[in-house]
Design a protein around this ligand. Sequence first.
Ligand SMILES: Cc1ncc(COP(=O)(O)O)c(C=O)c1O
Length: 479
Amino acid sequence: MSLHISLVGRKNLSVEIYRQIRDAVVKGVLREGDRLPASRELAATLSLSRMTVTLAYERLVAEGLATSRVGDGTFVSRVAAHTSSESRDRHIDGPLRAHPLWRAVPLPTAFAHHAAFDFRTGIPDASLFPSTRWRRLLVRTLRTHVGGDAVYGDPAGLPALRDAIARHVGISRGVMASPDDVTVTSGTQQALDVIARVLLSKGDRIAVEDPGYGPPRRLFESLGAKVVAIPVDREGLVVRSIPRNVRAVYVTPSHQYPTGVSMTLSRRQALLAWAERHDAAIFEDDYDSEFRFADRPLEPLRTLDVAGRVVYIGSFSKTLLPGLRLGFLIAPRSLRDAVHRAKFLTDWHSPTLLQSVLARFIDDGDFARHLRRLNGVYRERHDVIRDRLVADFSDHVELIPSSTGLHLAATARSASVEQIERVARRALARGVAIQTLSRFAASERARAGIVLGYGGIQTSDIGRGLRILLTCLAASADD
Ligand SMILES: Cc1ncc(COP(=O)(O)O)c(C=O)c1O
């Protein structure tokens, strides 16, 4: 391990080496079993006599912070490791205090669950990830890429990937964009962060869907924007409820999250006209519309937009894996430079190695093939859940029709928000994880209902999972 020791301006060098290594151990920077640099090496690095280093090591050993094995080296000892974790704990709390807004931001809990029947939303089926192909592409790219990676990349993204994305959205979504219009981001969340920084000032109002996706809401608030919750009905966002002085609207028109409603054409046109009248921007989050199980979907807002007000955002979190953290935004030309600058300040650029692999994956036609495969699997799961909800659950819930994406939602016929929350808790205790509609409320208007994702559950398990859920719903009706 390369250990940084600074002796600039220090007098008693042996004591100084001892002190700096001891501090590294106590703070947990060095852990039990870590090998200290060989005394000869460290002496050469610091331009000292070997004896100076040896004296320091002997003191560490004498105090039980290190052990020395002849012919093997000097290692951080067990006793020291014990001390280190204790002292680390002691140092955890300090005088520094975070801005109060961070207290209200919940951390995601999705990764903490392990349910036998997992109907949570937002997760794709990891077993369908084309890992063999990705492994090959990764190895190939690593071989050719290493030199290129020694310098920072273009904040807008790798040209090959921007090109591949522009072609992909053109074919799959009818979004006409040139590679120059595309900025590669670390998922939707960063795309929203970047565009919000570019367009919003402190105190600006941004409209969001209610119910809606929580993380962007909290992101906008953390940037100092005022979030206004706008109801969603069977046609999508209720455009006439957007107040004046709203600078931007964040929407999921293809497959409203979480209700699953597809925004009607007249609402889409009304929203675009509203944005034009009020000089506002629209952030269009098209997160899972690659999965479609019925007729041709409606055009994205971006395609209908002739005024240059829509920022189109896409993600590979559902089509590949959320852990890749790859997505993109397509901004009107007027914002392009500012978007690149904001992305640069945020994290310079997304990892070029993964960008390169993804570009090849799309270019070689693998992505289109992969999407066809996913569509087959998810369509089957969608149909099974839809049919069961209609056939067996209709006393309890009413399905919200939807033929896109990775989840279905249903509103409760008579149960209250609290009763449905209880149903979810009971179901979880019996191994069935679902989400409740009320959890997505952006205001006091929480609705009672359930949301069932089918990315994380195998088709063959759906029936059993739903039977358990139905028993829990029936029990709650008797409460
Ligand atoms: C509405 C919505 N947008 C976007 C995403 C994906 O976000 P990201 O691309 O940051 O992973 C999700 C994930 O669940 C989502 O529900």
